[in-house]
Design a protein around this ligand. Structure first.
Ligand code: ADP
Ligand code: MG
Ligand code: MG
Length: 320
């Protein structure tokens, strides 16, 4: 999608991060990329020295003091996990590490190992002290994993940095986690055009285009990180109850919202709930919208008042 003339990209957070602006702004861009590096360094579980890893390495031993943003993100993630414990769980780390999906050596683990790791994923065993900003994982082997919300959180931070630099229009793309800031100048009605990838397409085909003004557009799907063993597809969003990748009718869920953190939380939660339960929830929350791509090649648009969707693939049929 050519939405804006000035594009800046860097490989960060294991993905291609890009900023598209209407006018060049080196200072704003530099500040954005610096901030992403700092936050990634604090939040990742793929480096031993991150703040989150220092919490994980002290599991079962002692509380760890962390910075304010990390504490606040963990606090929110724990709340969501306790509230939506059936499908969203920030303590999912031991399972992520066991399955290694998307990394070298990914394979279906033994039932025994899955059961063992499941015992280490209770979010109630994360003890937070809001005065001291400490986090304590009560059992040895527990691990926090913020993979399902970090990009959303970072997208919101980037948005506020751009606004500080008086950049009011542009696209923040953190590898599928998009914030369309303000309105676009290339569309008569001011809509930004965001491509929605066709699941499993090898040549970057789109299933459609999402048109929004000043919204976050976050997609969780089974086609980004997965492996196939004995004809079965294993992807990277887990069912915290079973320890296996969630198995349902969905290929992807896209959430359109004002906050990207919220979008990232709900894209994972809705993936876990499936279409019917998510639709029920969305009917009570009209400020959130979602696009569900189903394995049977239908597309469900829920609360389509906040966006326009234009299908671009014949294989799919839209159902409201
Ligand atoms: P994406 O990686 O495409 O942004 P999500 O936002 O749904 O997709 O995040 C998936 C990541 O979240 C996984 O790679 C893993 O690190 C973590 N994760 C996997 N299953 C769960 C779950 N049930 N609850 C919370 N986090 C999860
Ligand atoms: Mg995400
Ligand atoms: Mg998510």
């Amino acid at each position: 999608m050519v939405n804006a003339n000035y594009e800046y990209t860097q490989h960060l957070m294991g993905t291609t991060v890009s900023l598209m602006l209407l006018e060049p702004n080196e200072t704003a861009v530099q500040s954005v990329f610096e901030t992403i590096k700092i936050l990634e360094y604090k939040l990742t579980v793929n480096r031993p020295l991150s703040e989150v890893m220092s919490i994980n390495l002290a599991a079962g031993q002692h509380p760890v003091t962390v910075s304010r943003p990390v504490f606040s993100l963990i606090e929110q993630a724990q709340k969501v996990s306790l509230h939506f414990n059936s499908c969203f769980n920030l303590a999912i780390g031991p399972l992520v590490k066991l399955w290694k999906i998307g990394f070298q050596g990914d394979q279906v683990p033994s039932v025994k190992l899955i059961k063992q790791q499941l015992l280490l994923t209770d979010p109630k065993n994360i003890e937070l002290d809001a005065n001291k900003h400490t986090v304590f994982l009560k059992k040895t082997g527990m691990e926090i994993d913020l993979g399902a919300i970090a990009k959303g959180y970072i997208a919101d931070v980037i948005k506020s940095i751009l606004l500080q630099y008086q950049v009011y229009k542009g696209i923040i793309n953190l590898g599928g986690n998009v914030f369309a800031l303000g309105s676009s100048l290339t569309d008569d009605n001011g809509y930004w055009h965001i491509g929605l990838r066709k699941p499993f397409s090898t040549d970057d085909k789109l299933s459609g285009v999402i048109k929004v003004i000043n919204k976050s557009v976050v997609t969780s799907g089974i086609y980004e990180r997965f492996f196939i063993q004995n004809g079965h597809l294993y992807h990277h969003i887990f069912d915290p109850q079973t320890g296996y990748p969630l198995d349902n009718e969905l290929e992807s869920v896209t959430v359109i919202s004002d906050s990207s953190l919220e979008g990232d939380i709900y894209s994972t939660v809705f993936y876990g709930w499936g279409l019917d339960k998510s639709r029920e929830y969305l009917q009570k929350h009209p400020n959130l919208s979602a696009i569900f791509l189903l394995k049977n090649k239908t597309i469900a648009l829920v609360n389509p008042n906040n966006f326009i969707f234009q299908k671009s693939d014949k294989q799919y049929t839209i159902k409201l």
